[in-house]
Design a protein around this ligand. Sequence first.
Ligand code: SAM
Ligand code: SF4
Length: 481
Amino acid sequence: MKLLKNWNLPDLREAGKRTRGAVERVDTFMIPANAMNMGEGKHYWISTYGCQANERDSETLAGILETLGYGQAESPETADVILVNTCAIRENAMDKVLGELGSFKRIYNARPDVIIGVAGCMAQEDEFVKRVLAHYPWVRLLFGTHNIQDLPALLAEAMDSQERVVHIYSRQVEAYVNLPVKRFGKHKAWVNIMYGCDKFCTYCIVPYTRGKQRSRRMDDILEEVRQLKEDGYREVTLLGQNVNAYGKDLDEGLDFARLLEKTAQTGIERIRFMTSHPWDFTQEMIDVIARYDNIMPYIHLPLQSGDSDVLRRMGRRYSAEEYKGLFDAIVKRIPNVAVSTDIIVGFPNESDEAFQHTLDMVKACRFDSAFTFIYSPRPGTPAAEMEDPVSMDVKRARLQKLNSVWNELALEKMKAYEGRIVQVLVDGPSKRNPGVLSGYTETNKLVNFTGTGVKAGDIVPVYITAAKTFSLDGEMTGPRR
Ligand code: SAM
Ligand code: SF4
């Protein structure tokens, strides 16, 4: 199999450049004539890694494939098109993706017509692309986060030419709206409010792989939420790498507080949002969240480190004291709010004292939950160039210590739910025990409960009988709505 002649390896340095160029909004989705109905009678399989932005991108990939006539396959073994939508946040993500790609060799050997493709953030990294091109000849299609809308043309090219198709570039100034979407959930939906990120935290690859911040127009977002409500959806999650910066790139004087308020006024039952960056979080946003019952009292507020010097070197733009000040303002203004966080341990040159500051902050904030990571150097980011004398053993021990501290405090918080009645939006039977139902509280706690006459999408009152670190047990106590 040959390579197309006109491809370039992705270039992170180019991808990190920002211009003041206006964002061009492209809201037409065209299927080239040679791709029309190409999926009739065929099936696709998508495997998704990473964050909610990737989940939402996979819904777009599925939407495009279904527009071409493809149906969803039961497994990769029966699919005509297999796409792996990748994440580049940490190095171990690459090992997992390569492992999965390796397992597809079998399928390719049995059915050489199958098109196996890689999409998403990792396809924007040149090291990854080089490895795939050199060692995974059964991967015939590689495209990045900016090229999703080109999928019909790329597939047609791969099929017609029998060549490998690599199509990756960092378009900064375009935002595609109104691409087809196949929602994977029936009651909860992701709604993109912006793409990209301009924060450039020194450890993070996202601003390079997802490009410049591009906010969607408020009217388009509200229209999508209204439509979802009409279609029976009960919960939307407004998605962006840094939702609090929403609107800063638009000339319309809009901000996230206004968007949240307008979304609340659509009357959709539950509104969530993520991720919040402390730097852009205003008192007005806190006030709006407090004012509307349909904005859920749950905020994911990444701390990353409790040490001001580490935060400065991470480029986070807030000190430990400023974070705590914001945290206190949120807790004071929003009754019963739950706050979760992200923390990185072992950032280059993190001292014992700096790590202790993180533990102190965790104890002071008593987070409801935390996503904790060992720092993973991402080639091309400034932190990857920093000296780091701290050994991996020390980093692992810090992660373990941090997890035991937050777990213990989170369990105490969960215990406070025992004997209380909470409102649960039902997802369906629990994954572990089909005789038990599961769903989430307004504060985003997973609840496993018993009850009758309940279906996915109902909101039911549940009496909490027992608390664990990661979930609550309970019994339904009243009628569903
Ligand atoms: N935009 C969000 C924010 O500002 O917090 C988070 C985006 S990122 C997908 C999710 C989390 O991954 C980050 O909050 C951070 O804790 C973690 N992360 C990002 N880059 C990392 C790296 N190089 N090593 C370890 N963890 C990382
Ligand atoms: Fe990455 Fe920082 Fe942007 Fe979040 S805000 S996506 S951590 S650069």
